[in-house]
Structures are given as structure tokens and as C-alpha cells.
Design a protein around this ligand. Structure first.
Ligand code: S3P
Length: 173
């Protein structure tokens, strides 16, 4: 039996529309590691879409579900973990995720984010019906420090393919 190298989890954080899920899936594929998307875990557990969970039970319930999943997975190893954009709102989440993981912030311009959100089929309850640009700017302003303070590494995603972003993560890792 050869050496078994246990490496920390790769944890992707960042705003909605920065490609956390796509990059995470791809990373899992090329590294042959297990992929966990916290939003998807919450949907499976509640048997409902995130948008329904927000509508039926509210944001507070959802944030609690996020913490529960983080606690369930934080001591596992060799994972690729994608988080929801609001994971940084609770510093306990970050504390747990850092215990066994390196945190990569996927960071893009407002233009890139809006473009990705337009293309996406995922319903983002926090964006609502307000003009997205305004809402995105407002949330980014509120959250930017939290993203940066939580990150071990920052990767810019502007004009990059999913493969390219994943390559950059692995180069650092
Ligand atoms: C949220 C981001 C979403 C999802 C929920 C709340 C946020 O995840 O967790 O709608 O607060 O930014 P994505 O970042 O995958 O869109």
C-alpha cells in the first residue's frame, strides 16, 4: 500500500453567479474526489428547491440549515465543497470549513456576475424582482469584506472558462 496523502478540502465561496457549483463539479471530476454542494444538500434534506424553502420557511430557517450541513461535513476529508453565496454571513461556517479546508474565493466583476445570473436556470430568492443590478451591487457592498476576510486565496473569474478557473485553483492547491 502506498502513502495515502490526505489533503484539505477545497472549499469554494463567492457571490451568486461566480460559478462555484460548476467549478466544484469539474474539480471533483478531474481530481476524482467527492463533490458536495451545500445548497443541493439542503434541497435533498428538505425535498424542496431553495426558492421554495425561502418562501415556505424563510431565510432564517435556510441559514440554519446551512450551518447544520457545514457541521455535518466539516470533519470529512478529500472533498470539493461548493457553498451558497451567503455562507460567509455566519463566521461559524467559515471557522468550521477552515478546520479541514482551504477556502478559495471566486471573484468577478459585476458585469460577469450579472451575465452569469442571466444565463442561469437557478432561482435566486434573494434577488427577487427588483432590478438585479441594484440588488447585486447592494449585496456585494454588504458582503465584500466578509468574502475577502474568509478567503485563503482569491481567484478572479472574469472572461475565464470553468476549466481555466479550476486549473488556477489546482495550481495553488
Ligand atoms: C444565496 C445564494 C444561493 C443560495 C441562496 C442564498 C445568498 O447560492 O444559497 O439562494 O445568500 O447569496 P448560490 O451562490 O449558489 O447562488
Amino acid at each position: 500500500v502506498g502513502d495515502i496523502v490526505v489533503k484539505p478540502n477545497i472549499v469554494l465561496i463567492g457571490f451568486m453567479g461566480t460559478g462555484k457549483t460548476s467549478v466544484g463539479k469539474y474539480l471533483a471530476e478531474i481530481t476524482n474526489r467527492k463533490f458536495i454542494d451545500i445548497d443541493i444538500e439542503i434541497e435533498k434534506k428538505n425535498n424542496k428547491k431553495i426558492s421554495e424553502i425561502f418562501k415556505l420557511y424563510g431565510e432564517k430557517f435556510f441559514r440554519n440549515e446551512e450551518i447544520k450541513i457545514v457541521k455535518e461535513i466539516y470533519n470529512k476529508k478529500n472533498l470539493i465543497i461548493s457553498t451558497g453565496g451567503g455562507i460567509i454571513l455566519n463566521n461559524k461556517n467559515i471557522k468550521y470549513l477552515k478546520e479541514n479546508g482551504l477556502i478559495f474565493l471566486l471573484n468577478g466583476s459585476i458585469e460577469t456576475i450579472l451575465m452569469n445570473l442571466e444565463k442561469s436556470s437557478v432561482n435566486r430568492p434573494l434577488l427577487g424582482n427588483e432590478k438585479w443590478e441594484r440588488k447585486v451591487k447592494k449585496l456585494l457592498k454588504e458582503r465584500n469584506d466578509l468574502y475577502y476576510n474568509s478567503a485563503d486565496y482569491v481567484i478572479n473569474i472574469d472572461n475565464k472558462t470553468i476549466n481555466k478557473v479550476a486549473d488556477e485553483v489546482l495550481k495553488i492547491y
